[in-house]
Design a protein around this ligand. Structure first.
Ligand SMILES: CC(C)(COP(=O)(O)OP(=O)(O)OC[C@H]1O[C@@H](n2cnc3c(N)ncnc32)[C@H](O)[C@@H]1OP(=O)(O)O)[C@@H](O)C(=O)NCCC(=O)NCCS
Length: 213
């Protein structure tokens, strides 16, 4: 891998916020999947609070992830993982996630860590860190978290399912359970197939709902 540094972002990095948002939004368009939109101001708040991780290669933006705190620190979520296209498939997302995970466990040792994702890469990385797939009922019920999904193209599915499920898979790491890292629960083929089945089921429901209207 090229010489890349992964660091806790601070106010020296505020100038990267717009590029981060642009890469997140462009990647979502290419993938054709839904994504919660972020504003540069929101990203900058995370940087100022010491809740953002940035990867830089000689000053060039390479990757990013941030931490959100929910339910008075009962939960933390690691969101907005993005790797610039020039730096993909070199293990950078894995390194950023590991860094964020370890930093978050130090900063919020009693918080359950969760994420929601449609991305296979993220599911694999999370699994390697010891996350387990869970239903949305195991995640925070803070309406502010779920309000973040409003800008996602799949939001009508989430609301139609009464916030109980959507195309994203919920994944949770509970430090109280002392889950062993690297304890793989999945098989790549099974994971891919499950994702496909879920997307087919929920997308066809979506069509049905649209047809009913
Ligand atoms: C998803 C993303 C963060 C991966 O970044 P990356 O640096 O290329 O990922 P890594 O090289 O660290 O790969 C980690 C693992 O995921 C796998 N992987 C990477 N991209 C993948 C893809 N598109 N589909 C399936 N698996 C993928 C890798 O093979 C690797 O698995 P392994 O540990 O079994 O070898 C990057 O492609 C990206 O920014 N995409 C757009 C934004 C996005 O989808 N973010 C996630 C939102 S939920």
């Amino acid at each position: 891998m090229k010489q890349i540094e992964i660091i806790i972002a601070n106010n020296d990095h505020l100038g990267y916020a717009q590029e981060i948002c642009d890469v997140i939004s462009d990647s979502a368009k290419v993938r054709g999947t839904g994504i919660a939109k972020r504003t540069p101001e929101y990203i900058q708040t995370k940087m100022n609070n010491g809740n953002a991780i940035i990867a830089l290669c000689k000053g060039k933006f390479a990757g990013f992830c941030y931490i959100e705190v929910w339910g008075h620190e009962k939960y933390v979520a690691h969101s907005g993982l993005i790797v610039h296209p020039d730096f993909r498939n070199q293990g950078l997302a894995k390194k950023i996630k590991e860094f964020t995970f370890n930093y978050s466990l130090q900063k919020y040792p009693h918080s359950k860590v969760f994420g929601i994702t449609t991305g296979l890469a993220v599911m694999k990385i999370n699994s390697d860190l010891g996350y387990k797939p869970v239903t949305f009922s195991e995640l925070t019920d803070d309406p502010k978290f779920w309000a973040g999904c409003k800008t996602c193209t799949n939001y009508d599915i989430l609301t139609a399912k009464d916030h109980k499920m959507c195309l994203c898979t919920g994944m949770l790491y509970d430090p109280a359970n002392g889950i062993k890292k690297k304890e793989k629960w999945y098989d790549k083929k099974v994971l891919k197939r499950l994702k496909k089945i879920k997307q087919t089921m929920l997308t066809s429901n979506k069509q049905l709902l649209l047809w009913k209207k």
